[in-house]
Design a protein around this ligand. Structure first.
Ligand code: A3P
Length: 286
């Protein structure tokens, strides 16, 4: 079945959750509150992981909130049709989620002290994760095979827009004090240290036991066991559990098991070319 994406400002979004109205409202009318905390990512970069981390920090390590309330209700997707309603009625301080590129993020953010946590991931692993996700997620047109996936990923017409532009747009904020970025790879390498850094950015003073509980409950295995974040409760027309698992592998470097040498070299060339203006090194560049 062909997927008719919703297009806003030239960017395609999956129609099941988004509408032109919700995206336009989020961009032009959504009133950011000074105590809002935003979890912002490009898809497949660790969004749901960060949702767990931030929810657990908010509940000071007590897992009951994360274990009883769906992640999308704990941190509404405010630019989507259903998430918008939830975000508007959410009492402060809000935790909010989105995949929006910087240029269509709420305009009112510029005049606020709200905080953004931006998580990014090796784009080659994003490609692989997205490939498997597209097979089980019905609102997205599946990539039939991986042969053309790396090249398709680099096209501006990819759903949610270009990864390169997403990262570059958000990285323009890297020196602002209400912006914090972290990589999936850093979370994997040192979750405890990452949680402490996030707490510091949020001004949340958690003791050692609370931090350990955040780390334990946001682990890949704990999240897989938690139906409130593993996506098993989503209806089959949104996420078909017979075709894969949302929490699939949860590792770094899986692209090595999928990219051919030629694909890897081609991707590297595109990456070098598109990223050269940024002047930053990420864990996967080393
Ligand atoms: P894989 O498909 O590579 O396994 P998003 O939430 O942005 O859609 O990202 C989904 C990716 O994050 C999936 O990657 C998923 O397994 C991974 N992920 C989610 N929670 C994780 C965790 N606690 N530890 C490691 N990876 C996690």
């Amino acid at each position: 079945m062909p997927v008719h994406y919703v297009t806003y400002k030239g960017i395609k979004f999956p129609p099941a959750y988004n509408s032109e109205h919700s995206l336009s409202f989020a961009h032009n009318e959504f009133l950011v509150r000074d105590d809002d905390v935003f979890n912002v990512t490009y898809p497949k970069s660790g969004t749901v992981w960060m949702t767990e981390i931030l929810s657990l920090i908010r509940s000071r390590g007590h897992p009951s909130w994360s274990q009883t309330i769906l992640n999308s209700d704990r941190m509404p997707w405010f630019s989507t049709r259903l998430g918008l309603e939830a975000a508007l009625s959410y009492p402060s301080p809000r935790l909010l989620t989105c995949h929006l590129p910087r240029h269509i993020f709420p305009k009112s953010f510029s005049h606020s002290t709200a905080k953004v946590i931006y998580t990014l991931r090796d784009p080659r692993d994003v490609v692989v994760s997205y490939y498997y996700f597209s097979k089980m997620s019905n609102p997205i047109k599946p990539w039939q095979d991986l042969t053309h996936a790396p090249a398709a990923f680099c096209l501006p017409s990819v759903p949610h827009g270009s990864w390169f532009e997403h990262v570059q747009g958000w990285m323009e904020m890297k020196d602002q004090e209400n912006f914090f970025f972290i990589t999936y790879e850093e979370l994997k390498q040192d979750l405890q240290g990452s949680v402490r850094r996030i707490c510091q950015f949020l001004g949340q003073d958690l003791d050692d036991a609370a931090v350990s509980s955040v780390v334990r409950n946001a682990s890949f295995s704990a999240m897989r066991e938690n139906p409130m974040c593993s996506s098993v409760l989503l209806p089959a027309d949104i996420m078909d559990q017979t075709k894969g698992q949302f929490l699939r592998k949860g590792i770094c470097g899986d692209w090595r098991n999928h990219f051919t040498v030629t694909q890897s070299e081609t991707f590297d060339r595109i990456y070098q070319d598109r990223m050269q203006g940024l002047n930053m090194a990420f864990p996967w560049d080393r």
